[in-house]
Design a protein around this ligand. Structure first.
Ligand SMILES: [Zn+2]
Length: 413
C-alpha cells in the first residue's frame, strides 16, 4: 500500500468533488448551514458510511463518523477538521483533515482491521467564523465550551444563528449534549495543510506542530495635528502617519530573528488623507504571535513601551485598544513523539514547527491532548485563496504517516 499513490489520488479527487459544494459557481465559498454546507455534509456522510463508519450529526451540525474498535463503546481517538471555508477559498484548508482519515479508514475497513480503540472522524461544521463572525463553533460544541451568546449574532441577511440552526433542523438546546466526555476520548489529532511556506522552503512533505501560537492584537489610533504640507516646517510637525510608520518598523525589527515570533501591521489607514496635508490621524492594527506566551508577552511589552517613546518624541497621542488575546496551545509531547516516530519510519526528517494560524485543535485541547500533522502547501504556501494547492504525492505520504501513527498509537496511561 505504501508504494503507490492510490490514497493520495483519492484524497485529491474527493477534495475536488467536495469543492463543488459552493455558494458561488465561480469560486469556493461554503459558510455555516448554507445549502452548499448541507451538500458537503451529505457527501461527507456518504463517504464515511462507505468507509465503514456510523455517522451522526450533532446539534451544531458537526458530521461525526465513528469507526468502532475491537470492543463496542471503546474510548475514541478523535481526528478531523472543518468543512466550512472562507470566501473565495482553497480546497484543502480544513477539508484535507476530514478526507485523509476517511481514506485511511476505508482501507482498514476493507482489510477488516480494527483497533483496541474507536476512531471518530469529525467534520467540524464551522471554524472560520465567516457567516456569524464567531469562530470555532463546531469544535467548541464538541469541547463543551460553546458560548451561547453567539446564538444571537446575525448574518448579513439579519438572521440570527439560532434561527438559522432551527431552520436547518438543529436544536440549539441540544448543544450541551454535543460535548464529548473527556473519559471517552484518548486524544485528538488534526491533519491540516501548513498554510505557510516553511515545509515548501525546506522541501519536506510533512511536519509535526509544536504549538498553536498565542496572539495579541491591538487597534491603535494616533492623533497628531493636521497641517498644510507646504507651510508646516518639518521640525514643527506632529505627523500621525509617520508616527504609525515608525511604530510599524519597530514592530518588524523587534519580532525579527526570534524563532516562532511574528509581528504584523496589517491595516494602516490615514482617514481623509490628502497629498498636500500633513496627516493628523492614523489608524492601524498590531498582531503579535508566538509559539510560547513568554516570548509573545515580552515582545508586546517592548512594543507598547517603544510606542510611548515614539509618540512622546513626535508629540502625537495614542489610543491603544486590545482587540484579541489568545494563549498558545501546546501540542502534547507524547503525541508529538508518536507522530515523529511515524514520520521517521518512512525515512523522512522530523521537522517540528509552530502553527501561526488557529485551528479546531485549539478548542479540543480543553477536553483532551492534541496533536497536529502539517502537510506541505504549494504556490509559496498560499492559503485562504483559490491558488492554495498541494500534491497527491504529499497527500499519500501524509495518509501513510497518519495510518502508521494510528496503527502504533499507544494511549497515555
Ligand atoms: Zn483551516
Amino acid at each position: 500500500m505504501d508504494g503507490d499513490n492510490s490514497r493520495g489520488t483519492l484524497i485529491m479527487q474527493w477534495a475536488d468533488e467536495l469543492a463543488r459544494h459552493s455558494e458561488s459557481p465561480d469560486w469556493l465559498t461554503r459558510t455555516y448551514l448554507t445549502n452548499a454546507h448541507h451538500g458537503a455534509a451529505a457527501t461527507l456522510t456518504a463517504w464515511m458510511q462507505e468507509a465503514g463508519m456510523i455517522v451522526r450529526r450533532d446539534a451544531a451540525g458537526n458530521v461525526i463518523g465513528r469507526y468502532e474498535g475491537l470492543t463496542p463503546d471503546a474510548p475514541a481517538l478523535l481526528t478531523g477538521s472543518h468543512f466550512d471555508t472562507v470566501r473565495n477559498a482553497g480546497k484543502y484548508d480544513g477539508n484535507l483533515g476530514i478526507l485523509l482519515p476517511i481514506a485511511c479508514i476505508r482501507d482498514w475497513h476493507r482489510q477488516g482491521k480494527r483497533f483496541p480503540f474507536a476512531i471518530e472522524v469529525i467534520g467540524f461544521a464551522e471554524e472560520e467564523g465567516v457567516r456569524f463572525k464567531a469562530t470555532l463553533l463546531g469544535s467548541r460544541a464538541i469541547a463543551g465550551t460553546f458560548d451561547n451568546t453567539v446564538l444571537d449574532k446575525r448574518d448579513d441577511q439579519g438572521k440570527t444563528m439560532r434561527e438559522v440552526m432551527r431552520e436547518a433542523g438543529f436544536d440549539p438546546a441540544g448543544l450541551p449534549q454535543a460535548a464529548h466526555k473527556p473519559e471517552n476520548v484518548l486524544a485528538f489529532m488534526e491533519v491540516h495543510i501548513e498554510q505557510g511556506p516553511v515545509l515548501l522552503d525546506e522541501n519536506l512533505p510533512v511536519g509535526v506542530v509544536t504549538a498553536i501560537s498565542g496572539a495579541s492584537r491591538f487597534l491603535v489610533t494616533a492623533t497628531g495635528l493636521a497641517g498644510h504640507a507646504g507651510t508646516v516646517p518639518m521640525g514643527l510637525r506632529r505627523d500621525a502617519a509617520m508616527t504609525a510608520a515608525e511604530i510599524g518598523l519597530y514592530i518588524e525589527k523587534r519580532c525579527s530573528g526570534i524563532p516562532g515570533l511574528v509581528g504584523t501591521v496589517g491595516q494602516f489607514d490615514v482617514p481623509n488623507g490628502a497629498a498636500n496635508v500633513v496627516p493628523g490621524k492614523a489608524v492601524f492594527t498590531i498582531d503579535v504571535r508566538a509559539e510560547t506566551d513568554n516570548v509573545r508577552l515580552a515582545a508586546v511589552r517592548d512594543v507598547l513601551a517603544e510606542m510611548q517613546n515614539i509618540a512622546a518624541r513626535r508629540k502625537v497621542a495614542l489610543d491603544i485598544n486590545p482587540t484579541h488575546e489568545a494563549k498558545s496551545v501546546p501540542c502534547a509531547p507524547w503525541l508529538q513523539e508518536q507522530l515523529g516516530k511515524a514520520i521517521g519510519s518512512f525515512g523522512l526528517p522530523v521537522r517540528h514547527l509552530p502553527s501561526g494560524a488557529g485551528h479546531d485543535a485549539m478548542a479540543i485541547a480543553s477536553i483532551t491532548d492534541v496533536a497536529m500533522l502539517f502537510v506541505r502547501c504549494g504556490n509559496g504556501g498560499i492559503s485562504h485563496h483559490p491558488d492554495e494547492t498541494m500534491t497527491a504525492e504529499d497527500a499519500q505520504i501524509a495518509a501513510n504517516v497518519f495510518s502508521r501513527f494510528v496503527e502504533h498509537f499507544a494511549a497515555k496511561r
